[in-house]
Design a protein around this ligand. Sequence first.
Ligand code: HEM
Length: 423
Amino acid sequence: MNPTDTESSDMRAAARARIAGLSLEGLNPADPQWFVDDTAGYVFERLRREDPVHRSRSPVPGIDSYWSVTRYQDIMQVDTSHGIYSSEEGITLMDFPPGDEQKLPMFIAMDPPKHDAQRKAVNPIVAPANLNNWQGLIRERTGKVLDSLPRNETFNWVDLVSIELTTYMLATLFDFPLEDRRLLPYWSDMVTANKLTNPDAPDPEVRMAELRKMLGYFTRLWNERVNAPPRTDLISMLAHGPATRNMGPMEFMGNLALLIVGGNDTTRNSMTGGLLALHHHPQEMAKLRANPALIDSLVPEIIRWQTPLAYMRRTALADTQLAGKQIKKGDKLAMWYLSGNRDESAIPTPDRFIVDRERPRQHLSFGFGIHRCVGNRLAELQLKILWEELLRRFESIEVVGEPKRVRSSFVRGFSHLPVRIPG
Ligand code: HEM
């Protein structure tokens, strides 16, 4: 069984043996190198078996000591117990000193009642009527992007397909000027940039300066919309929502950051991860070609397999017990969705990618409880339309080289996937 997408079986065996030889106490799943090499699956395989709620120490200042929750049922318990496990300290393991402006206020990092009130302001964006209205537009734009792809020539799937399509979608959600749409993934990268875990990331001052430009741009859109009748885009919803219309600038910046990253990295990396998974499982691609109706179960299987957000963090509000471990008030925990999604006590044959899986929606990729992803149906709709339009157009899409993965243990994704479409 192979919990990763690494191709060579020798490399897989070597990675598993190396991880088996490391001291359990020293295992730090948040080290981004596991994710660059795509070997995190072996770390989690070991932790689920030997120490499912595991205390680690990271050498990165600001992360330091944290618990890893690696089994499906324990993750569900933490995610659905917001009275014990709070989101207020943030959703990544990084802590900032009090008052540091880099820690942006946003409703994913809030507890009730404020979380619930702000979430309510944007929830209508995914109302069934809205989703229905968008179907035609998403299909038209998807078709245009796919028709413009080069033939018989290697190109980067991440850039020309995954980023392009998710950027169009984000621009639609915000009713953002289409000609400036590439600013959206640029700002999303700024939001998730972290110099402490990725030396190539911009300095914190540069990051904040770019995010202030983002705020300036969106404030202009807000000012246009706040005095107009309410509309069905996210900016108008925030400008008119009772719990959001009086937000200060930093809270506006934080919630923008949430909505941009929420709708960007996640769907984008599912678009790339899905193609890669089907490339590694040609028999599943054959099943899909023979029966395109399987797209309905393919889409949640891709989202489980990729798990675009590898974890969410919580902080204990009181002393408590979890799977026999004593958790102290103030301890931080990572709910490793990536690990829960490969837990065989909850998901049958989890290390196999199966396009006609029996219960494909049984996965943790969207989280559970009060913070469960707002955009889950929208993400599924985008992926469904993408695969319908891909199968209709191309008899084959060849992955012609190894992917490059992003240096992050939070966003599990790709910067490059070389692809060629014969034609
Ligand atoms: C495959 C795509 C996606 C994945 C895997 C994903 C994953 C997640 C996860 C894991 C959470 C936190 C759940 C928890 O803490 O229990 C979340 C929350 C959220 N997601 Fe998504 N997401 C995706 C697409 C989207 C899209 C397209 C949007 C649209 C804007 C979106 C907006 C949000 C928002 C606003 C939240 C915060 C919800 C809250 O705190 O109440 N997501 N998502």
